[in-house]
Design a protein. Structure first.
Lengths: 166, 321
């Protein structure tokens, strides 16, 4: 298992200790120092540490509560017709949340989002940003179905709206 | 083609995203360049992959390029614009390598970065655009229908790989890029032509003709732009007709004007074919254009009337054959 895969495996886990994080970072840095890695891999390895470090931060903060606040803020912007700004909030925040909190947290968050409160672009924003992780986020398929049902309810359903976002 | 907007069109009409196409480098007008125009809070910005690890973003669009709004519903384009802004914010940090790898699943949408670890291999300006659409789960074209690379495509790919190897920063990537040759080539004009299609993803067969038209349109406009302010434009018009009539595309253009004589040099970029150099003399008062000198091309043509081109022989090519 290479460094990247080890880091990814840590991110898959919901619970792990700071000692786990520290050991992987130490090991990777040692490989970096001793020249065990090629020059073109070094930059990648430094990037690899980042999710681990961010997850360590997450353990020390109440980031999930802040995530909920951010989603609420995005919905507020959406209602004020500042849709692009709302999408940017979602985009930036989901990114950070996945990095720091893992997929289970994102799954919990998606469960809490009330699709009735979302405009169509914001729904699509949620679906687009989470699409590559669809298999890893347990509640996403349910979220997709809820979006679809909501669109039907609003008489806005068109196939091309959600095509490819399953 | 009416959907393709010329330079200086009102970019306020871009609600979310458009595909921009133009001449990337004026020294090499054969090399078209493509990028994404996206609406942000400050106006319309442009996001484009210029070279290895050089993603230019957040520049306000200066109306210098052609653009087309893809035939996709606006709600989905809004998501593409969201990803463009995300990439603008983050992709500069990790960089996007230049190469001939796949454009599928190359961006990590959660971070807006290029996935270095999955054998993606790098992007060109055209595959960067396709990659962004792919990240939004939208497909402009069916890459399975794209032809295998032509001789000219291979020459271009070797040229790019060699150029990457020249610089320390990109030397490793140059080596990787060599290993990707031969690769299917997706050209900027083909991406723009795909965006015009109503039914997406489109096939190569459907856009082949319109892609060529777009290329000539952009080059034609460029030649006019080149001659702006010059007193004699007839020679350029004839040269343009020669190019169009015979499918010739200048790889580099230089214009020199001395009194009534306009010299247009069309040079090939990759050094495998001979350069062409036409010198045309044009009289603005009667519109008659005469061929004064042709260093490499043998043109048996009666150029006595503007635009009348009868026959062209490329002696350089014949002698090589």
């Amino acid at each position: 298992m290479n460094t990247y895969e080890v880091c990814e495996s840590y991110l898959e886990q919901e619970y792990f200790t700071q000692t786990d994080c520290k050991s992987i970072v130490t090991e990777a840095k040692r490989a970096y120092r001793t020249g065990l890695v090629m020059q073109n891999q070094q930059r990648q390895m430094l990037m690899d540490y980042e999710p681990v470090n961010r997850k360590m931060d997450f353990l020390n903060t109440d980031a999930f509560a802040r995530s909920l606040e951010s989603v609420e803020y995005a919905i507020q912007l959406d209602r004020e017709s500042r849709v692009d700004a709302a999408l940017d909030v979602i985009c930036e925040h989901f990114d950070g949340l996945i990095y720091r909190g893992g997929f289970k947290r994102v799954s919990q968050l998606l469960d809490l989002v009330k699709v009735e409160r979302l405009s169509i672009p914001l729904m699509l924003g949620f679906l687009t940003i989470t699409a590559p992780l669809a298999e890893k986020i347990a509640s996403r398929s349910n979220f997709f179905q809820r979006c679809k049902n909501e669109l039907v309810k609003r008489c806005e359903w068109r196939e091309e709206l959600l095509k490819g976002l399953e | 083609m009416s959907l393709l907007q010329p330079p200086n069109s009102d970019s306020e009409r871009i609600a979310h995203v458009a595909i921009a196409i133009g001449i990337g480098n004026e020294v090499f007008p054969n090399q078209l360049h493509v990028g994404l125009l996206h609406r942000g809070t400050d106006g319309v910005g442009i996001l484009h992959l210029c070279w290895h690890l050089v993603l230019k973003s957040n520049d306000l669009y200066d109306n210098s390029m052609w653009w087309v709004v893809p035939q996709i519903i606006p709600e989905r384009l809004q998501s593409v614009a969201m990803l463009c802004r995300q990439l603008s914010r983050t992709a500069g940090a990790s960089g996007i390598p230049y190469g001939f790898g796949t454009f599928r699943n190359v961006f990590d949408t959660r971070t807006g970065t290029f996935k270095q670890n999955e054998g993606a291999g790098g992007l060109t300006c055209a595959t960067f655009v396709l990659g962004v659409f792919n990240a939004a789960r939208l497909s402009l074209l069916d890459d399975e229908t794209w032809p295998q690379p032509s001789q000219a495509d291979l020459e271009w790919q070797v040229y790019i790989a060699n150029t990457l190897k020249l610089f320390e920063k990109s030397a490793v990537q140059g080596g990787l890029t060599f290993s990707q040759i031969p690769a299917k080539r997706f050209q900027p004009n083909e991406v723009a032509a795909a965006a015009i299609e109503k039914s997406l993803p489109t096939t190569f067969q459907r856009i082949e003709r319109s892609a060529k038209e777009i290329k000539l349109l952009v080059l034609g406009r460029y030649l006019h732009h080149l001659m702006e302010g010059e007193k004699n434009r007839n020679a350029v018009q004839v040269a343009e007709k020669i190019l169009k009539g015979h499918g010739l595309v200048p790889n580099s253009v230089r214009v020199r004007q001395q009194s009534e004589s306009v010299t247009l040099e069309y040079k090939n970029r990759y050094g495998l074919r001979s350069a062409m150099c036409l010198t045309l003399n044009s009289n603005p008062s009667d519109g008659i254009v005469r061929l004064i000198e042709n260093k490499r091309l043998s043109i048996k043509a009666d150029l006595s009337r503007l635009g009348e081109v009868i026959e062209i022989f490329d002696r350089g090519k014949s002698s090589q054959a």
